[in-house]
Ligand binder design. Structure first.
Ligand code: FPP
Length: 233
């Protein structure tokens, strides 16, 4: 499948954001520890990145660890941080090869001292990637990001630049229908697709079905539909 196969001849969303929810429930259903759900979730993330490249998505922002996730048991937090470290260590070479730029958004001052140099190296080594910008949100709170941007930016443009590009499509898995302090400003005009499947089951087919739903929707940004632009926009 490629971009031209989406409904109305529409391209894939430029910026796809994902709330990767349901790792714990996926594991519970199978009588496995929650950490196994996260491990499978990391595999699903790799599949999502590959699919995003194939569909021509330019920016993919995924919610890996919210600032509220610090409230979870210490063992689960440690397991998530370890997965994050492993992800950085194992994926950077592939990202460079595939033209994927990797960035981490969110606070860094509460992350372990082992993690920060890995993040900085990964960002530096992949900085020239132009095919896909993969942004991992770690210790991320959108409210906090907005407050920080507001404290430094002097214009609307600076404010938007401090936060990042507008989201075109937000996918949340596992059936919950809320945004949970994720990209609140950037999602002002995002289309939202909520999937019942748990995140570890996410694959290219599910991404394609969400993009199909997105492509079939009419986006008006508060204006009126432009009949001439429907086929091309
Ligand atoms: C939500 O599921 C998911 C998370 C809190 C963490 C997301 C992390 C991953 C997908 C692991 C890999 C990430 C990287 C960057 C390697 P949940 O635990 O809230 O599930 P539940 O609602 O079913 O309990």
């Amino acid at each position: 499948m490629n971009v031209s196969t989406f409904p109305n001849n529409r391209p894939a969303p430029g910026h796809l954001a994902i709330i990767m929810d349901g790792n714990g429930r996926w594991a519970n259903q199978r009588g496995l520890p929650r950490t196994e759900g996260h491990r499978q979730g990391a595999k699903a993330l790799r599949r999502a990145v590959e699919a995003a490249c194939r569909f021509g998505i330019r920016t993919l922002t995924v919610y890996a660890f919210s600032s509220d996730n610090w409230k979870r048991p210490k063992t689960e937090v440690q397991a998530l941080m370890l997965l994050f470290r492993k992800f950085l260590m194992s994926e950077v070479a592939g990202c460079v090869r595939e033209g994927i730029r990797l960035s981490v958004i969110g606070r860094r001052d509460r992350l372990s001292e082992h993690l920060i140099p890995l993040i900085e190296d990964a960002e530096r080594e992949t900085a020239r990637g132009e095919r896909l910008h993969l942004r991992l949100a770690v210790d991320y709170s959108s409210r906090e990001a907005i407050v920080r941007a507001a404290a430094t930016a002097r214009t609307h443009e600076e404010f938007s630049a401090a936060l990042g590009p507008d989201v075109d499509l937000l996918i949340r898995t596992a059936g919950e229908q809320r945004i949970s302090d994720y990209l609140l400003w950037e999602c002002a005009y995002a289309e939202m697709v909520f999937l019942p499947e748990y995140w570890p089951d996410f694959d290219e087919k599910l991404m394609a079905s969400a993009i199909n739903t997105f492509a079939a929707r009419e986006r008006r940004f508060g204006g009126l539909v432009q009949p001439m632009s429907r086929a091309s926009s």
